[in-house]
Design a protein around this ligand. Sequence first.
Ligand SMILES: [Zn+2]
Length: 387
Amino acid sequence: MESVLTVKCKLQPTLSQVESLEQTVSAFARACNYALKVARETGEFRRFKLHRLVYRDLRAHYGLSANLAVQAIARVGQRQGRRTGGFKAGSVTYDARTLSLQGETVSLSTVDGRLKIPLAIGNYQRHLLQHALSVQGGQLVKSRKGKWSVHLWLHVETPLPPGGGKMVGIDLGQAAMATLSTGERFSGGSLKTTRLHYRATRAEIRSQFDTTRTRGSQRLWERLSGKERRFVRHTLHTVTRRIVANLVAGDTIAIENLTHLRSHTTRRGKRGKYLHQLWPYHLLRHYLEYKAAWRGIRVVAVDPHDTSKTCPRCGCREKANRKTQRLFQCVACGFQHNADAVASWNIAQRAGSMGMGHQASTSGFVTCPRILGISTLHRPLPESPRL
Ligand SMILES: [Zn+2]
């Protein structure tokens, strides 16, 4: 199987190169803002139409190369529907024609022509670079502290999962972020409290100007501060890495398919609703899928219906079996255990009985629309993968 990975590499530019990079990100941002202004005035965000309107100006007035002008227009296209925000001079998008790798040196187009800048990388990045099939482009990024790096999009080969491993069910929840049918348990406690803290802080600032409430996790996600986002990603990376660490090629991870649960409005308090929306199921699943794929582990998703109410001993399905959030106690046979653990067994059992551990076709990269999105559109991941 083939897939695209984002790898962050620090750059070691000379002083004069820094000058060129500064001018390039600045010109790129100004070009994006100009194109955004035109797009908003004309209501034309479609790439080809917008291209016709602004391309010449971008080349003539902002000093962008043809390819960078195209990338700027593509970036503006992604802003369609958003009311606020301009572009800051923080990054430039490159494709395979404007960014290339020669050993541990990256070659980038800038307003001063092509620059060759050495990478400062560790063994982890080196390993990935050496095993990449190709580089599909990337993003030049300037951090808030003024450090330069490049996020490379590497086309890599991931192993085809062999069959015959064990089936591990995972119950994803709020109290415990992940409970495995093997008995392992990963807490989500700090994620929850930290997010609530961020939420309180943000609400305070927001109360002054924001009166409209947007719906849907996507928009909510976009509103999150960078700090909170980084914290969430870090937590999810840690949990998912630990989950796959104890598995081997051929194993199968079964999770609940929760893609439409979020729209169900059950009775919850204001705080509970927020947590429910913020529970990062998609991101966690995404991280789990690519980390697993990299190791030849399958990820399958099963119907979550009744997994927390079914008795693993006698098969009795009753709402009353779930005594409390924590306790499962079967009304028919009296079996009792931790409710999350019971759910994880049921998930593993359900996936196993459907023969999901032995399928030739797999989930993982192939089914992840975000990943497919990048490889076809050359767009960066909303979050950069780490293994
Ligand atoms: Zn029972």
